[in-house]
Design a protein around this ligand. Structure first.
Ligand code: ZN
Length: 227
């Protein structure tokens, strides 16, 4: 079914996708899927990604699960695909991958993810779903449509990076996820990723987010974790 892969028409505008935001529920931190592919991918991501990026990617997965339960209960998006997409969404930002291409990091990362999934799983729809969502995860805006997987990746990444949409997740859930996978200075690390890419590839898609976004990252003082 296409909807398991997120291939459904969802408004890119979050206010249209969730017209009436209900109070989020306090949820336990979800377990990670346990398939053989997930095990392989966790090892791969642990090897390839710096710890801060790995923790960010896992938080993005766990926020996504909590937000889907409360706000998109009708979605039947596969959890394994969601984790795969979250783990690979910033794979293009590693030094190795930044140096390997002139393309914008999320475009190159999307293609890398597609190739890896086809090679390991042989599932073209799954690979395309992850690739599409990774390519569009910084394509923030209010016009047109996106896949469900693409929308949840946008929501959860900007929640972690600039503290937008914190009203979609219970503060206890946010606290528990951030304790499980600590931030360790994530926002300044991410601001550096933005600066690196804008310097190395001034034509990159990240530049479309403008300085306002970078400032938003650096002035993100949201208290994700309770003291
Ligand atoms: Zn990210």
């Amino acid at each position: 079914m296409d909807s398991e892969y997120g291939f459904v028409k969802v408004p890119r505008d979050i206010n249209k996708a969730i017209p009436d935001i209900k109070t989020p529920s306090h949820q336990p931190v979800a377990d990670l899927p346990e398939s053989g592919f997930t095990k392989y991918l966790l090892e791969y991501a642990t090897q390839e990604l710096p710890e801060q990026v790995l923790n960010h990617s896992l938080r993005v997965y766990l926020y996504s699960i909590a937000i889907i339960i409360d706000h998109f209960p009708d979605w039947d998006l596969g959890n394994e695909l969601l984790l795969t997409t979250c783990l690979l969404h910033d794979i293009g930002t590693t030094t190795k991958n930044m140096d390997a291409t002139k393309m914008s990091f999320e475009f190159y990362g999307g293609l890398l993810a597609r190739d890896l999934i086809i090679k390991k799983l042989g599932n073209l729809r799954y690979a395309e779903a992850a690739c599409e969502a990774i390519i569009r995860h910084q394509d923030i805006g209010v016009t047109g449509y996106i896949t469900s997987l693409g929308l949840i990746l946008q929501i959860a990444t900007i929640l972690d990076n600039v503290a937008l949409h914190t009203d979609l997740i219970h503060e206890e859930t946010l606290d528990a996820i951030n304790k499980q996978y600590p931030r360790k200075g994530w926002t300044s690390c991410f601001a550096q990723v933005i600066d690196n890419e804008n310097t190395q590839k001034p034509w990159c898609h990240t530049s479309a987010l403008t300085d306002k976004f970078r400032t938003g990252v650096l002035t993100n003082y949201h208290q994700y974790e309770r003291k």
